[in-house]
Design a protein around this ligand. Sequence first.
Ligand code: GLN
Length: 539
Amino acid sequence: MLNNTKYIFVTGGVLSSLGKGISSSSIGTLLKNAGYSVSILKIDPYINVDPGTMSPLEHGEVFVTADGAETDLDIGHYERFLNTSFSKNNNFTTGQIYLSVIERERKGDYLGKTIQIVPHITDEIKARIKRAGNGFEFLIVELGGTVGDIEGMPYLEAMRQLKHEMGTHNVLSIHVTLVPYVKAADELKTKPTQHSVQELRRIGISPQIIITRSELPLSKDTKLKIALACDVDSDSVINAEDANTIYKCPINFISEGILSPIARVLSLSSLLPNMTEWDMLVKKILSPTKNISIGFVGKYLSLKESYKSLLEALTHAGANLDTKVDVVFIDSENIDLEKLYNLDGILVPGGFGERGIDGKIQAIQYAREHNIVFLGICLGMQLALIEFARNVLQIPNANSTEFDKTCKNPIIYMIEDFIDSQGKKQVRTHNSPLGGTMRLGEYECYLKNDSKLAKAYHNQKIIRERHRHRYEANPKYRDLFESNGLMISGECNDLIEAIELENHPFFVGVQFHPEFTSRLQSPNAIILEFVKQALAHKK
Ligand code: GLN
């Protein structure tokens, strides 16, 4: 098949966390809303095979794709901005590149050749980039890290080679960099940007657009200075000033004039995105007429990055309900129950490990006993079952084998074999290695008629949501739960996927992660219902 894909390479300079993911997503949104088919690929230059075993404190959230890949959180931004589902092909790491090259070397695929970074590693990188772009008019490739990092070198070399192979009008190189404000001089400084672009050009890549991140607007003179020093056209320095919502970025890019250099470099006959609906939703995020407060009970409180998708999903639900959702973080290791009373809703998100469990259980009990609107996600649902077993069913030693392997009443236990989202049988034990032994990705969930869950999903019988867990609700206790007012409202092949209380305004738990399918233009149904109910029961 002739590959007509045009590539946009996005690199970063000066320092990390500049928002390359949001810049890539924003450019993707503009192209998509102009009628083009777009995919985005994130390359992570670390050696881990995937972020599945990395601490969320270090790496942020692990985003799960429909096909069950544990990926970088930027894939979440791509899906949320482009309102589409991506796959395992949209993210790869150095670990994966080396693993496949070494596996092929062991099989003798290289016919005795010496395996080297150039061409073997770079060829594998190029092959994966092309595979991700196949079938799309545009592929945006975001390279993690910063230009100058040792880890990034093979990728920059692969990008340089690709530009040569694909021809100038098929490849656009964008560099996202920082223009810091120096208070003592009362000036925005362009030198770090100049040096970063020099480093890129030394490697053989000349960016055609520079996106600058700064706290302040850039004057025309500063832009011209950057354009001159970095050898880009005078209209190709685009300032991405800090925005009060990330969803404003595509609109800001238009005002900064990004469309003409993109169209010019890539020889596009037209690039006229229709942003009317997007604009309307952004206005609702920025100036809603209602507000609610949601208590978010978790242990990774210092880093909002760990719960990126869920916080975004609350923003999406709020935007669609003209409501500002104020998130009150509640540290589960240091819980003050009195603070919960004034909240309009309580959310216990997913999590791993024993730390902070008691506080979460106390918050759940409080929500149940005080009729506070409640949503428990994954671990949050598992703990809601443990709380109910301990305090309503009077089984004091009820627990999860995640926290007590020899527990006598394992309400939550580990299933040793299961069919994964690709239809393959998987077997695991408590001693399985951590990576890749989770039930991951999208599965069907059958909803119970007349449940609050079914109502939230517009009375659909079957929904599909994404998972990331190793433990399950134990069906042995099912009858006991059901005869005491706790309904099993969602199931998948006898697995308990959702629960709710019958005599409570809204107390729902789901084993899946609804936040992974929430988008600005189509908020997730159960998160939308949770916000709606919190609004209806506002204090
Ligand atoms: N730790 C629990 C499990 O592995 C819950 C996981 C989660 O909340 N994502 O099943």
